[in-house]
Ligand binder design. Structure first.
Ligand code: PLP
Length: 435
């Protein structure tokens, strides 16, 4: 048995069966440099998914490595939140300033799940309610609370949660009654539905709505312009808070606005973040209006949240994003690739839709005969891109969406290379599915 096959056997023996590995023959990544990785067999790949949007500015970035090594050299890799830590204060100041939330305060966690748990806890506490609103097709993490607001059966097969959640329409427009409906009418229908839910399914004392500005796991789908603003008006009437889950959409990734929610013209009460901020080092958090953050009358700490190594990595990463104006790069490279993919997909019956904003874009695959979601074709597209040297991700409510979120440092040449590979892969999959 090869080393690789043996590692896979050992993985299956001791890791959970539901910890899904990408690709029929899973990849062991052993090296990374710039926007590329190398596997154990020595094959190189351009990485259009970087873990799960984690290496936001690529691999082995000298500025991040130096910052982390400097911190390690002090001998302090951990102190806990019980001690003053300069890196934490500096990072919190930057995020509070960038958030656009008035009098913002920041709490650091180790993951997006924990960040959402914290935000939901703050909202429940502030509003004295366990009732929350969430979006269909959403994903917010794998803890009891976060799963309770996840509207995607593939990720939440438990029927209970400490939260009492109600799921709203947004990016999910598959139902036949929505077909052909204008955005304006759809928004009206959604707002009526929200009012109906509030009046009939809740006591009116709802803590918050939690929503992703662009749904990540849900397949990079977006609610139409104006929907979240319309929801926010109703929430304000009821005193319910708006939590924007920026775990995938933050830091300029969508090109338009530093936060995904800026695409919708809404100022949220809280935002949660994680993934790319540490450029691979584990860091997440919540930024919220100070009065909400301080309302929690409990002694709080996080043993590893805000640890010195993650803070060093995150400060260096965030500085890099701002110093190099990577939001503008995301907008530019994204427009080129999305436009190119639309042209490549035109006339290919295996593609239902190309969509996205900035460096967060997706190809939704359909059965050419029926037009129905086709997960095997998404898997085939992933394999075809891998064969040609490109790593991508998968998602969507039905698992039929190939998702891409390259590092924000993507160059013109890499954008062209990725687009070329995706075009060739799409043609190959279309040919195989239609001949
Ligand atoms: N929120 C969103 C929008 C996510 O996409 C994810 C992870 O994919 C999470 C929360 C959970 O983050 P983590 O996996 O860091 O716990």
């Amino acid at each position: 048995m090869s080393e690789h096959a043996n590692l896979l056997r050992r993985h299956k023996a001791v890791m959970p069966s539901w910890l899904a590995l990408n690709y029929e023959d899973p990849i062991e990544i052993v090296g990374g440099k710039g926007n590329r990785v190398t596997d154990a067999e020595g094959r190189g790949y351009l990485d259009f998914f970087t873990g799960i949007l984690t290496n936001m500015i690529g691999y082995d970035v000298p500025e991040v490595r130096d910052a982390v090594e400097r911190q390690i050299a002090t001998g302090v890799v951990h102190t806990s939140t019980a001690y003053l830590l300069r890196g934490q204060v500096e990072l919190a100041e930057k995020i509070a300033r960038l958030s656009g939330i008035p009098d913002a305060k920041v709490f650091f966690t180790n993951s997006g799940t924990e960040a959402n748990e914290t935000a939901l806890l703050l909202a429940a506490y502030a509003r004295r309610s366990d009732q929350v609103l969430a979006m269909r097709q959403s994903y917010h993490g794998r803890s009891f609370g976060a799963i309770g607001v996840t509207g995607n059966r593939a990720w939440t097969n438990i029927p209970y949660s400490p939260l009492n959640a109600h799921f709203l329409h947004g990016a999910d427009r598959h139902l036949p009654q929505f077909a052909g409906m204008s955005d304006e009418t759809y928004i009206d229908v959604c707002v009526q539905d929200l009012r109906h839910v509030l009046a009939t399914a809740t006591g009116g004392d709802v803590a918050a709505l939690i929503a992703e500005p662009m749904q990540g796991v849900g397949g990079f789908t977006m609610a139409p312009d104006g929907l979240f603003a319309a929801y926010k008006e109703v929430l304000d009437e009821f005193g319910a808070l708006f939590i924007s889950d920026e775990v995938q959409t933050g830091w300029g990734r969508t090109g338009q606005g530093f936060w995904g929610i800026q695409n919708h013209g809404v100022t949220p009460d809280m935002m949660t973040f994680a993934k790319g901020l540490g450029n691979g080092f584990a860091v997440g958090g919540v930024v919220a209006r100070g009065e909400l953050m301080d309302a929690l009358h409990a002694v709080g700490l996080s043993t590893f949240g805000g640890n010195p190594i993650s803070m060093a990595a995150a400060n260096a990463t965030l500085d890099y994003v701002l110093d190099h104006d990577l939001q503008a790069n995301a907008a530019r490279q994204g427009a080129t690739i999305i436009g190119g993919l639309e042209r490549a997909a035109a006339g290919l019956p295996v593609v239902r839709q190309v969509r996205g904003k900035g460096l967060m874009f997706a190809i939704e695959m359909a059965d050419p005969a029926t037009g129905e979601p086709a997960p095997p074709l998404a898997a085939a597209l992933m394999e075809a891109a891998r064969e040609r040297g490109l790593l991508v991700g998968k998602g969507g409510l039905y698992g039929n969406v190939v998702r891409m979120a390259p590092p924000l440092t993507l160059t013109d040449a890499e954008a062209a290379e990725g687009l070329g590979i995706l075009t060739a892969s799409l043609e190959a999959v279309n040919e195989a599915a239609t001949s």
